[in-house]
Design a protein around this ligand. Structure first.
Ligand code: NAI
Ligand code: 2PC
Length: 331
């Protein structure tokens, strides 16, 4: 009879943390995706508008990996009002050779959180100036915290400003991050000022209306937009596409439907097939492209990919098995 491994959130938290290993895991996943060998179908997404919710199913097969993950990932963005996290869910691992069920990772969204923050770190590693030290984080939820933590692992961050609609939540996030990261993190109510004075801007909200305006961007900045992962979400003024010098999507076929590119295509600030106007050497490659000039404005559009999920799930299972974590049941 086949054996099934079950891992709980606390076991997975012990196995995987946001650190250099997790970043390496996700960087390798993007490199595999860029090789063109990965099989990654479009995201299956169900909107439950009535409750400001969505459920995303993501998967990918990576040649050479013994297993592939299928992830079920709800995002219900009114949950914080009732004391619940916005995102949750689980990942399931299957054998790549036989399709047999191998493991259920009851992570409650933890592995998605880590792989998403690690993607932000990979983006900054390749696209932010090496001396980038001032950050603006837009939003004060789970990813706002993790994205800043991730940036501190790849750039010499000295200070950050957190902007949030809800000032109290923004102030709490800033205080918490100051204490946990040991850098100066303050709340800023003036988003224009916070964006304009940052070396790196990360947008982390499910906003359906642009928050960051094109004329706030400055030479030498890197922007990662990771909150907009559904067609209706839009954190950047589409005009940003007319001023950025380098654009990198996690998956072009996703960002043109779900990410910031989608809105730029609709607004006509980017064209299908594209190339951003005013381009010096624009790229749409998946990864491995690094910033070439300290004056470039770079934009990374993250919509979240199944290859990240297969990578983090297989990594977590390997780490957990190394310490004999979890229970095995015969099914
Ligand atoms: N690209 C990717 O791979 C992933 C993207 N996401 C997306 O990132 C976003 C944030 O996720 P979490 O941090 O887990 O959520 P969260 O609910 O913990 O945090 C969201 C933050 O955005 C704020 N916010 C909500 N609506 C807003 C609006 N209209 N204008 C300004 N601020 C607003 C909230 O008050 C909160 O501070 C979501 O859109 C989620 O779908 C999440 C995980 C992976
Ligand atoms: O899988 C994912 O990236 C997400 N699921 C819900 C919000 C984002």
């Amino acid at each position: 009879m086949p054996t099934l491994k079950i891992l709980t959130e606390s076991e997975l938290r012990q196995a995987v943390q946001l650190n250099a290993d997790a970043i390496e895991c996700i960087e390798s996943a993007f490199a595999a995706l860029a090789s063109g060998e990965v099989v990654m179908p479009p995201i299956l997404s169900m909107a439950i508008e009535e409750f400001n919710g969505e459920v995303d199913v993501k998967t990918a097969y990576v040649p050479g990996f013994e297993s592939f993950a299928i992830k079920m990932s709800p995002g219900f963005f009114d949950n914080p009002k009732v004391g619940l996290p916005s995102t949750s869910g689980l990942m399931v691992l299957f054998a790549a050779r036989t399709g047999m069920l191998e493991a259920v990772l009851l992570d409650n969204g933890y592995l998605t959180d880590i792989r998403t923050a690690a993607a932000g770190a990979v983006a900054a590693r390749y696209l932010a100036r090496s001396d980038a030290e001032r950050v603006c984080i837009v939003g004060a939820g789970r990813q706002s915290r993790l994205q800043l933590e991730a940036l501190c692992l790849v750039r010499p961050i000295q200070s950050a400003v957190v902007w949030a609609r809800n000032h109290d939540r923004g102030k709490s996030a800033a205080l918490e991050l100051s204490e946990s990261l040991g850098v100066s993190v303050t709340f800023g109510s003036d988003l224009k000022k916070a964006v304009s004075s940052a070396d790196i801007v990360v947008t982390t909200t499910p906003s359906a209306d642009p928050l960051v305006m094109a004329d706030w961007l400055c030479a030498g900045q890197h922007i990662t937009s990771m909150g907009s992962d559904q067609a209706h979400k839009n954190e950047l003024d589409p005009g940003c596409f007319a001023v950025v010098d380098r654009y990198v999507p996690d998956r072009r076929s996703q960002t043109e439907k779900l990410g910031e590119l989608h809105h730029a295509l609709e607004a006509g600030t980017a064209s299908v097939g594209f190339n951003i106007p005013r381009t010096r050497r624009h790229c749409c490659r998946q990864s491995g492209e690094s910033v070439e000039s300290d004056e470039e404005i770079t934009l990374c559009d993250l919509t979240g990919t199944g290859v990240q999920d297969t990578a983090i799930a297989t990594f977590a299972r390997m780490r957990a098995e190394a310490v004999s974590a979890g229970i095995d049941i015969e099914v």
